[in-house]
Design a protein around this ligand. Structure first.
Ligand code: FDA
Length: 292
């Protein structure tokens, strides 16, 4: 199904709702359009779990091209990357070298690299790697972590990252996890999100609140107003194509908003996660597909 969909014209047309296109140029056009609305961007070259060094190097090359283009075009953008794209599954030392090179490039281009968080078996190695990269001379503020509110361990990880000044993106979590590591009930995931979000926005570390949950966003806005926290002390982050109305409204209200723009031929796993978290999207896509 995956390889058929990724190659088919119909599959590519459907994916266009959540994926900015197949090429670097497509992603840069989407970035420019989003920036024009006063919204920042994080570019993500889609792809997970490579198996050999040449594939990991090819994934990294796309990030180097993106960083050059962001700098040359003066975009308000950074990049998000997954460690499994850089060889984490078969050679973690290679993944760390590659991520270090991307981070050094980002520093030279005055940009930033967010290391996306994947399944819970990778939480500890990913955080430990971000800590080592962040501790390198002159790299503070050039690399950030992602924490997932569905994991029990995330409250402790929040303190661990904030204590070192590591920028956090807080999301709910998109992978299938068991009850030994993650809250099985959505209400607990949401409550943990809000608790940790309040901790992060009140901290001196600039963090990203990645959610489309309007009730949570409204409560964060109320909390920062009540506490006198500057709107510039944090940002909201949302996915390309999801709740564009809310993205624009928050930007108009003076909050920082960043849109995560994924692109590339390997869009299938990302696209399926978006459909799975909101089955109504299947109907939505089908209606629009036949309307166009
Ligand atoms: P929730 O799923 O509770 O949805 C709340 C409301 O938002 C829904 O009722 C609906 O209105 C809207 N909504 C949510 N998803 C939608 C969709 N696909 N289409 C349309 N409407 C939708 N995860 C991870 O494990 N590792 C990571 O590194 C990242 N990175 C990341 C970056 C950014 C910028 C975002 C916004 C999200 C991530 N995620 C992620 C994904 C995250 O963990 C989560 O799966 C999704 O954001 C959906 O959760 P919500 O917080 O939006 O809430």
């Amino acid at each position: 199904m995956r390889s058929f969909s990724e190659r088919s014209t119909v599959g590519r047309k459907l994916s266009g709702r959540f994926v900015a296109g197949m090429t670097v140029e497509d992603a840069l056009s989407a970035c420019e359009a989003v920036n024009r609305e006063g919204i920042a961007v994080s570019l993500d070259s889609l792809g997970e779990s490579v198996a050999v060094e040449s594939q990991a190097r090819a994934s990294a090359e796309i990030y180097h091209r993106l960083l050059d283009a962001i700098q040359a075009k003066g975009f308000n953008a950074n990049v998000s990357a997954k460690l499994t794209q850089m060889g984490m599954d078969f050679d973690p030392a290679l993944a760390e070298r590659i991520m270090g090179e991307i981070m050094a490039h980002a520093a030279a281009a005055n940009s930033f690299v967010r290391v996306d968080m994947e399944g819970s078996e990778l939480t500890e190695p990913t955080l430990a790697m971000v800590e080592r990269l962040h501790a390198q001379a002159d790299m503070q503020g050039r690399v950030g972590a992602v924490l997932q509110s569905y994991l029990y361990r995330t409250e402790a990880d929040t303190e661990r990252c904030l204590g070192q000044g590591i920028r956090i993106r807080l999301c709910k979590g998109a992978y299938k996890e068991g009850p030994t590591v993650a809250f099985p009930e959505k209400t607990d995931v949401d409550a943990n999100y809000l608790k940790l979000a309040k901790r992060m926005v009140a901290s001196p570390v600039f963090c990203g609140m990645a959610t489309h949950d309007e009730a949570i966003i409204t409560e964060i806005c109320r909390f920062v107003g009540e506490q006198g926290i500057a709107k510039s002390a944090f940002e909201f982050q949302m996915l390309y194509g999801v709740r564009r109305d809310l993205q624009r409204r928050l930007a108009a209200e003076g909050f920082g908003v960043r849109v995560y723009i994924p692109f590339g031929t390997e869009w299938y796993p990302y696209f399926m996660r978006r459909l799975a978290e909101r089955p109504a999207n299947v109907l939505f896509l089908a209606k629009n597909f036949f309307r166009n």
